[in-house]
Design a protein. Structure first.
Lengths: 83, 226
């Protein structure tokens, strides 16, 4: 993952903390990401695909898992080999 | 072709598996692992001893909804079978601790942490006050990461503890993959509403948050450098 992609995922992680973002993303993913300055094309497709299946309430829980999007973004190698 | 409900749930769990894996590593790779391991086991016992009681509560709450609720009927059937499979795992863990010379009274007298109470307690809330189907999200996460043989061998080597002290850990490594498949099949067979599927997701994600926190607390119980 390059630094720009990392920055985009961090932005997305920060945006998820905002309840308005969590609601808005349900109806218009592209526009909502754009409004929050997140470049959709730089978000790993796996992460985007899961995001679109999450309700606003689920996103609120996800927001508590610090670093989840970042770890998902860097994919398998960053996930512990132990589990 | 679209994803099944269990596939969607697994993808949600995947999203939070990174921080969970890191918390596992903090425990399993701790420089003072032999000293920390009993602490980990005692914490695990505070969680595992609630497994059969919460499955029973889930089954009973599901049964109480009657035949008119097909989701509840499926949940009741699932827990009726699986609570038998989980029976005595807490006892095994106490025996593993005894292998290490730690009396069961030490584990049983320990006040469970607020994190563990929140982890298990939130499930009681959902099953009694929303729908017992939410409990399947908890088990989807809890049985979703069976320990690998290599990890167990590594833990035995680095702690210097006998194999017998890892019996519960080993058995979960063997049993959980099968349990996971059965759970996924059950989830896919239930006529879930969108709200119930959301409850499964919230339950699993909440479990990830709190199990990760619990592991971080275990890792933090012993300073790495002293």
């Amino acid at each position: 993952m390059d630094s720009d992609q990392e920055a985009q995922i961090l932005k997305l992680g920060k945006a998820i903390n905002d309840p308005a973002f969590r609601e808005a993303i349900q109806s218009d993913l592209d526009q909502t990401l754009q409004r929050h300055g997140v470049d959709k094309d730089r978000i790993p497709p796996d992460v985007l695909a899961v995001l679109t299946t999450l309700s606003a309430d689920e996103l609120a829980v996800l927001a508590k898992v610090k670093g989840a999007l970042m770890r998902a973004g860097v994919s398998e190698h960053a996930r512990a080999e132990w589990v | 072709m679209g994803l099944t409900p269990s596939e969607r749930l697994r993808r949600k769990i995947w999203l939070v598996s990174g921080p969970f894996g890191e918390a596992c590593q903090r425990v399993f790779m701790h420089p003072r692992l032999a000293e920390l391991w009993p602490e980990y086991m005692i914490t695990q016992h505070t969680i595992i001893r609630s497994t059969v009681p919460i499955m029973r509560a889930g089954r009973d709450a599901a049964r109480a909804r009657g035949n008119a609720d097909p989701v509840a009927a499926g949940v009741a059937e699932y827990f009726d079978v699986h609570m038998m499979e989980e029976t005595d795992h807490d006892e095994w863990l106490l025996e593993d601790l005894e292998v290490l010379g730690i009396p069961r009274s030490t584990a049983l007298s320990r006040v469970p942490s607020d994190t563990v109470a929140a982890l298990v307690g939130s499930q009681y809330y959902w099953l009694f006050h929303y729908h017992p189907v939410a409990l399947l999200g908890y088990f989807a996460f809890m049985e979703g990461f069976p320990p690998k043989r290599e990890l167990i061998d590594d833990l035995i080597e680095r702690t210097g503890f006998p194999d017998a002290a890892f019996r519960t850990f080993e058995l979960h490594g063997e049993l959980d993959p099968g349990h996971q498949k059965e759970l996924d099949r059950t989830i896919d067979e239930l006529p879930l509403t969108p709200e119930q599927e959301k409850a499964l997701g919230m339950s699993a994600l909440n479990t990830a948050v709190l199990v990760t926190r619990s592991l971080q607390e275990v890792a933090g119980a012993l300073p790495a450098g002293s």
